[in-house]
Write a protein that binds this ligand. Structure first.
Ligand SMILES: *Cc1c(COP(=O)(O)O)cnc(C)c1O
Length: 393
């Protein structure tokens, strides 16, 4: 891993034939500073979003001490980098062996679940442990999110009440959590989730020790420009106050995308142009899964060694390097009209769900990763000056 002052410097120096993945650590520091200054509680980083060691180290040095993990390998990874990190096993469906290993080998007490069967598994696998921190994940609508998780996870209101009562009996600490879906474009999803927790509190008369509002905080893409993140935080604080609890539970969040999206980008080379379709050397089996069927539109920038770029921007679609027709990214990706074979493109916002999706399919795999100190193509955090005082005591 080397460090370059700019993406142009990198391309003109390396003239890479394979995709190059870039990390801008400064952007991670910025996003974490925003969350630490404004979020009224504890911040867990969702490891799956980008588990690269450089990224994790930057996250730790920016002040994050706790992590949301979903597998034994994620646990091993974080423990290796920093044995003192506190980990929370926030996958609602785990195999017994992973639960046992997390509890007995790594000292993890914190588990999430959305069914009684999973609770039974957790109790069995931890030998009826008495020091568990159990998070009941409730189902809420993911209607404002780009990536919907609601069909897969979450206890329905009818099941949640019984589950909360049961978990209260079997835990040392009880949490209730939800996830609004990834890239959530409307803050109202968070208040709906908190209101739902309010209903559960009223009906069960059980106040959880922790309320976990999950991840889903958005980043910015050319066609997805969310309102300022600070408004999401204000909305969450307001709704927590509306619960009118004499003592507010501990609040936690588990952002992934909003922490790291801006910090990563992919540099690709154009192998062929067919009219307004470019055949590039990375694709949906590489770092660009989200540009495939989920159809995320990524900010794009053509890089040349000085050749004049035409002013006219043209919408392009991409095909990746493999032999699969699904290796297609519809876009539109806006690029200068005179782009041609041999040119390079930087694709932004791939710090989240980018690097981590790479496969070896068809023999295409690049592990060239470098550090950059210039600005990303787009940023949500640059014009953030407001710091609201804590509304929650
Ligand atoms: C993926 C995930 C997150 C992070 O979601 P983002 O949308 O990237 O913020 C947080 N919590 C859980 C349980 C997850 O599965």
């Amino acid at each position: 891993m080397r460090k370059f002052n700019s993406v142009n410097e990198l391309v003109n120096f390396l003239k890479p034939e394979s995709p190059v993945y870039c990390i801008r650590p400064e952007e991670i520091r910025k996003s974490i500073k925003f969350f630490r200054n404004n979020f009224p509680g504890k911040i867990l980083y969702a490891v799956k979003t980008n588990p690269h060691e450089k990224v994790i180290k930057q996250i730790i040095s920016s002040g994050i001490k706790e992590f949301d993990v979903a597998s034994i390998n994620e646990i091993k990874l974080i423990k290796k980098i920093n044995p003192k990190s506190k980990l929370h096993f926030m996958h609602t469906v785990k195999c017994k062996r992973s639960i046992s290993s997390a509890y007995f080998n790594y000292g993890i007490k914190s588990f999430s679940l959305d069914t009684k069967d999973e609770l039974r598994k957790i109790l069995y696998a931890t030998n009826q442990a008495k020091d568990l921190e159990l998070y009941v994940r409730i189902a809420i609508s993911n209607e404002h999110a780009e990536i919907d998780l609601s069909r897969k996870f979450g206890a329905l209101p009818s099941e949640a009440l019984g589950l909360v009562r049961l978990c209260k009996e079997h835990s040392r600490k009880l949490g209730i959590s939800f996830h609004v879906g990834s890239q959530c474009m409307h803050k109202i999803s968070y208040s709906k989730g908190i209101r739902e927790i309010g209903n559960i509190i009223k009906k069960t008369k059980i106040v959880p020790d922790t309320i976990n509002v999950g991840g889903g905080f958005p980043s910015i893409y050319p066609d997805l420009n969310p309102e300022p993140l600070i408004n999401y935080i204000i909305e969450i604080k307001k709704e927590l106050e509306n619960l009118k609890l004499t003592k507010l539970p501990e609040i936690i969040c588990e952002p992934g995308r909003a922490i790291v999206a801006e910090s990563g980008s992919t540099i690709v080379k154009v192998n062929l142009r067919k009219k307004n379709t470019l055949y590039i050397n990375d694709g949906t089996y590489g770092s660009m899964f989200d540009a495939g069927v989920p159809n995320f539109i990524l900010p794009s920038k053509m890089i040349t060694d000085g050749r004049v770029q035409s002013k006219k921007l043209t919408p392009f679609s991409f095909f990746g390097p493999t032999c699969d027709g699904l290796d297609y990214m519809k876009g539109p990706f806006l690029l200068p009209n005179n782009i041609r074979e041999g040119d390079y493109i930087e694709l932004g916002q791939l710090g989240a769900y980018g690097l981590t999706f790479r496969t070896n399919f068809n023999g295409f795999y690049s592990n060239t990763i470098h550090e950059l100190s210039d600005k990303p193509i787009m940023s949500l955090y640059d014009d953030i000056k407001v710091k609201v005082g804590s509304l929650v005591a």
